[in-house]
Design a binder for this molecule. Sequence first.
Ligand code: ZN
Length: 359
Amino acid sequence: MADPIIGGIDCDIHPAVPSQAALLPYLDDHWREMVATRGIDEFNSILYPAASPLTCRADWRPAQGKPASTLELVRAQALDPFGSSIAIANCLYGIQLLFSEDMAAAFARAVNTWMAREWLDKEPRLRASIIVPTQNVEMAVDEIERWAGDQRFVQVLLLAMGDHPLGRRQYWPIYAAAERHGLAIGIHAGSNYHNPPTPIGWPSFYTEDYAGQANAFQSQLTSLICEGVFSKFPALKVVLLESGFTWLPAHLWRLTKFWRGLRIEIPWVDRAPMEIVRSNVRLSLRPVDGPPDRDGLLRVLDHMQSDELLLFSTDYPHWQFEGTEAMPAAIPADLARKIMIDNPLATYARLKVPQVAAE
Ligand code: ZN
């Protein structure tokens, strides 16, 4: 599939906060003063080191400034070349790293306001995720309520690695608010680095960190299922963003095996994990962590037992592929159309039907 399908919905792009100064107009007087007097520098990446090749594809890296930090760059490199009718902006800014609940809430609010004023107001193809200070769930819910009336926010963004498993009851008010307002929950690769990013301790290299993200997604999915999040919030949609997807069948086979044997301890999980995933969980396409050959990739997709699970994404500006071939050539055209248009529309309740041009 060399040519993009016009009108596709890109479910994971990453406009970047260009500098701490860009947020100053959107902080209140107290926090603006704190940035100056305390010398608060910008919050660096929660996953992507600035100089890493993976952080930005070489031909997308601007001569000056951060990748994806201007609307012009996003239009020219992400929206136009892929013919996207809609792209969902997931801003990765290190608010989740902070230990101060007040500071996290202030900067989450600033990033969301910056997103609304500097991006959504200026580009009708953009939608966005609400950044929330998960350090304090009450404050996170306040931030969801602040933006819930703005239909351009379609999702609440969480990280794959935080302080606690995401299925725990303490996070349920976030899911209640999301379900109430028709917002999806997006869980994106990344860590607040309050804990080692692998279950065996602190790794030495970025390669280990990045490859280890899939472990975190597996554990979060297990937590959400076993704690009963989808029994309590049956309409909730959870989207695993930048998680890869080839691990899913093997993980669900293992989880289903132990659910069968141990379900007496979690009686609220009244459906097999695969059934729960099929109704409530979706995964973004990029990075494609499967085999490059057609037969191999189609076999993996077959193991996923559903053609409704994958949502198109470019993961712009991260380096996951070359040119505009975000959709692997092995994927048949009818499935590609589902991944690019039908599945995102079925997942994000707030997406209006886009104007889809003829293929
Ligand atoms: Zn991403």
